[in-house]
Design a protein around this ligand. Sequence first.
Ligand code: SF4
Length: 507
Amino acid sequence: MFINDALCEKHKNIKYLSLFSHSVLFNIVFGFILKTFMAERVYLLSMNQQQSIFLAKSEVKTHDLEHKRKISWNIQKYNASVLKGKEQFAELELARKKAKNIKWKAIEELDRHLEVFEKNFTAKGGKLLWANDAEEAQQHIIKICTEKNTTQIVKSKSMVTEEIHLNEFLEAHGIESVETDLGEYIQQLDGEAPYHIVTPAMHKSKEDVAKLFHEKLGTPSNLSPTQLTLVAREKLRSKYQTAQIGITGANFWIADAGAISVTENEGNARLTTALPKVHIAIVGIEKVLPSIKDLNLFLPLLATFGTGQKVTSYNTLFSGPKQKNEQDGPDEMYVIMLDNGRTNLLADISVRESMYCIRCGSCLNACPIYKNIGGHAYGATYSGPIGAVITPHMKGMEEYKHLSYASSLCGNCTEVCPLKINIHSMLLANRQASVNAGLNGFQENMGWALWQKGMMNRKLIGLAGQGIKNKVFHSVFSKSWANRREEIQFPKQTFQQLFAERNKKES
Ligand code: SF4
């Protein structure tokens, strides 16, 4: 047994050494073949427009040290808060597993929960509308706006409304749509999309915001954060009173209660829904919770992993319009249940788990790529690791497959996710789907086929000498791998020769 074990160990070592040899020599053979047969850089060949934009924006942000400083500062603060927030859980791991189980079951039974929600929500006078895509959602909204002679809308923070480009759509129809969440208000003033799914203006310092308010609102350029908040509050208060419609998203829709749950820290969602006569909530179909009892677990999880709080300041359930014996609330309430590509995730078992996401933003804050390139480089509503998983399915694999390659696959996203969503495995699944669908282009496929041919032939691997290897490698990979790394100098002897020498000495 002992000898067998030792032999196995030896074979294992040889196998690892052989793998090492493959990985080093891969570049040589791959490069040589490409240089000889194609005379082009493979990474540039199959690039689509979205990918080019992504690379160009990433390049700029990666070298922006000021951007990095602001992001690091904010993420450090976030990390410290999350550690404290986690202390509230007696058994955090158990809570995370339980939450994942609830979402797994809920998504597997999504059709049933949607029916239960519809029955319960409409029983209290709510109106449920279904939208297959962004256009259908927009059409529902404009129809309601037209019926109500709407000129002004107030909005609380909602990534789904970003997804359907609601502000631009309403503006094109002559309707003013005002963001009431402070971070979103700042971004709207600046004409920028949210930078982060939880903290939309995370990339701006207090000085940046003071400068922005000075330029757009004429305030003094040196206001403190408190003064800036007061300015925003004053500007927004009158909007709540004059807007005909208030629009929100929802953190969860709850089947047995026929209600949506909205979580916020500023009270703006409550004003958005309490003062205008009509409330429209736009909700993704995946935001399901089967029972109101589930909030007991999901609200603290979302608060802790989203912002490091024990529980978010305002948590409100909206279950329909104002009832007969109630004083506050809208006369009408609509929920628009949005698909917009989510059923593509549901249909694909390899990425279905991404539908458990509660949009806490934790995986963005933990991702080394996000921390370097920032939220806007992704060119998608949902950035970071979870965005890289879902965007190719929601907006098109061909245009957005590159996002799944923008990952070191370190697994930190999976590690920090409160739902333990297997994000990095799904990034791999997307890469596989893209290859299987033949989206990686003729040149890349040909490159890999030739590489495979070369790697199956050890004589071929040993053919090139040190000089050729250095030249080919540095030439072919000068604009990609070798762009910011020290030059590699290949050894004079091949791995086979080195290995044979070592064996000779040992014997
Ligand atoms: S995937 Fe997980 S960590 Fe990322 S936003 Fe969703 S719930 Fe949070």
